[in-house]
Design a protein around this ligand. Structure first.
Ligand SMILES: [Fe+2]
Length: 289
């Protein structure tokens, strides 16, 4: 039995786990229990965890290799394991809704799996919330595992062997034509990902789509789009969505192997939002899973 006090959040996935202090050095059994909860629940919220960057990075490393932020790496060649989500600048002031920085983050309003455009996509994202808007700013999540389970057997058989091409420049070109700098684009060529993934521990299958999925390898473009859009629609129906309303002190872990998420927006002129994100890289390319 898990030593964690697990409280489910949604009929299909998600759990809230109180009664553990993640700032303390964790015993191996606690890390194992969290890993098992990730496999079973996909989304975990640990409330009232007042973190800082140093502790967050140490916590992240317990789950695998931290993933360098692709924007800093692609634009500046700098390795930084943190991403800032929200509108608070390093000097403490904030970006407004029309700042390029805020507009660029609107790409996160499309359903996606973090770094699905990388050959080794993200395993889990870890987010610590520090400042949250008084209204709006929820992050929405859906399970592609639950959605896969709703497919007919024929549909599952059809998608089992397929490969999708994921492309960051494709998804960001919908935000703005100049959203991706040339060096950033060159650092992220399109990659091939299995359309059906399997949890290595439980064997549970899910499809793997989202905004970066451009087409199906070897298929006519429009046929591939129809399939990808149909799977996305299946996954993202309103009843299947869990909307996470952030509170300061939330530490959230989500499994990008099987969840999709998106931002819901907030008034960046009126409110401050400051969250720090780290990611753990996946175990390897999906083609080798
Ligand atoms: Fe994301």
């Amino acid at each position: 039995m898990s030593p964690l006090a697990i409280e489910p959040l949604h009929a299909e996935f998600g759990a809230r786990i109180a009664g553990i202090d993640l700032r303390e050095p964790l015993k191996d059994e606690a890390v194992e229990a969290i890993r098992a909860a990730i496999d079973d629940y996909s989304f975990l919220c640990f409330p009232e965890q007042p973190f800082d960057d140093e502790r967050q990075l140490a916590f992240t490393r317990r789950f695998g290799a931290p993933e360098p932020n692709h924007i800093k790496l692609g634009r500046e060649g700098v390795i930084d394991y943190f991403g800032t989500i929200g509108n608070v600048k390093p000097d403490g002031s904030k970006h407004g809704s029309r700042d390029k920085h805020t507009v660029f983050q609107t790409g996160n309003k499309m359903w996606h799996s973090d770094s699905s455009f990388r050959e080794v996509p993200t395993f889990v994202s870890i987010m610590c919330a520090y400042e949250v808007p008084a209204e709006g700013g929820e992050t929405l999540f859906v399970s592609q595992r639950a959605a896969y389970a709703r497919l007919s057997e024929a549909a599952r058989d059809e998608i089992e062997p397929l490969i999708a091409i994921h492309d960051y420049v494709f998804s960001r070109s919908k935000v703005a034509p100049d959203a991706v700098t040339p060096s950033h684009a060159a650092s992220l060529p399109p990659v091939r990902q299995k359309l059906v993934r399997r949890n290595p521990r439980t064997g549970a299958r899910n499809f793997f789509v989202g905004s970066h999925a451009r087409e199906i390898d070897g298929w006519d473009y429009d046929d591939g789009r129809r399939l990808l859009d149909g799977l996305l629609d299946e996954a993202t129906g309103t009843v299947h969505v869990y909307a996470h309303a952030w509170r300061p002190g939330d530490l959230v872990i989500w499994d990008n192997r099987c969840l999709l998420h998106r931002g819901s927006g907030y008034d960046a002129d009126k409110y401050r939002r400051y969250m720090r994100q780290t990611r753990v890289a996946g175990a390897g390319p999906t083609l080798a899973e």
